[in-house]
Design a protein around this ligand. Sequence first.
Ligand SMILES: [Zn+2]
Length: 448
Amino acid sequence: MTTIPNARIWQPDGWQDGLKFGLDLYGRIREAVRGGTIGQRVVPGIANLHSHAFQRAMAGMAERQLRADDSFWSWREAMYRFAQQLDPDAMRAVAAQLYAEMLEAGYTTVCEFHYLHHAPDGRPYDDPAAMSRALIAAAHDTGIRLTLLPVLYMAGGFDGRALDARQQRFGHDVDGYLRLLDGLRAEQGDTVRIGCALHSLRAVPEAAMRELLAGLPDDSRIHIHIAEQLAEVEQCLEHRGARPVQWLLDNAGPDPRWTLVHATHLDDAEVADLARSGATVAVCPTTEANLGDGLFPLRQYLDAGGRLGIGSDSHISVSPVEELRWLEYGQRLVTRRRNIAVGSDSPSVGHTLLRAVAASAGDSSGHDIGLLQPGRFADALVLDVRAPQFAGASDDDAIDRWVFSGNRNLVRETWVGGRCLAENGRHLRADSIAADYRTAVERMLAAQ
Ligand SMILES: [Zn+2]
């Protein structure tokens, strides 16, 4: 009957003692019953709400100054050059390495924001979904739960200009894009969902957005990059007469099926209206810091009752602990105060942030995940309570010890759907996956 016995299980309102889970064939929790003595501390697996898998292979390769005004836009040039070398085999090898690292670190679900659809010359592969299938294969290779979000990318700017030569491989018209989604739905199963993504407001003209939204199934998850850069805010004001988040709120009516990625630059009205919409913001603190994007207004957004999750985005870090830490630390640095992300009933920063990411995981990903409760999948992390960092830990500070003490990986086991996929910080197939990754990256760099 059980997979994770004798555990002390984290729940949003505290810890529960000595639970065993009864699972169905698909790894979904049927019932939780009391039993056994208290041993492990178990928390829900973390959903990674924003990933561009191929960027894992260029982490650390864009940290040399080329111009005094290096910015997001010069980084994007390096990213485009690197992306030219990727084919479906390389995509699968890179994504498998990334997903194995995610599982080791405590991410059990990934929302893959995928726009590298076509061959480098912009022509579709013989199977137009070849790159999408490579990502699905990588998820199966590793066992991670996947929400694949093929991206609609149509224009090179708010003025509707055509994609440039290097952007051709991202592009679809709306009909072609809906066909891609239709073709991929056969791949859906207990661990794979197909959602939808708009690259950004600048890449999807207004009429196309409306056509797309009318053509989606009612339960489709919808993700979009938004308000990451100040230049994007200024261009949106110029071309659409409103700031990006305000424009989206007024014209697309985002609701709990929506995830807004970054939403870095918000004014007070946008904070309030976005929080009220029930949409999730996917904050990507390490990538936003790496790219010099700006700082999400976390405290104001939490005060407004907003929902949020985290993403590792460009994968210069693959660690939920580091994302949560920097979500909080960014606020401390600008406010010169401590312990910002707390609730009136929750003085612990770690607990408050874990509660937030657990609560948004299901709506954002479309999977029954986020809490270890009947009806949800048994995606769980067993923390290494034998580690010195947990010496004398109490229920009140156990999550803070996990998030805020040192750099040793404190995830001892990672479970997805009742299957243990990583132990002691190692994915069970780590060696063969890393060997394939090394071969793929060396081949790409040699061709660059
Ligand atoms: Zn992104």
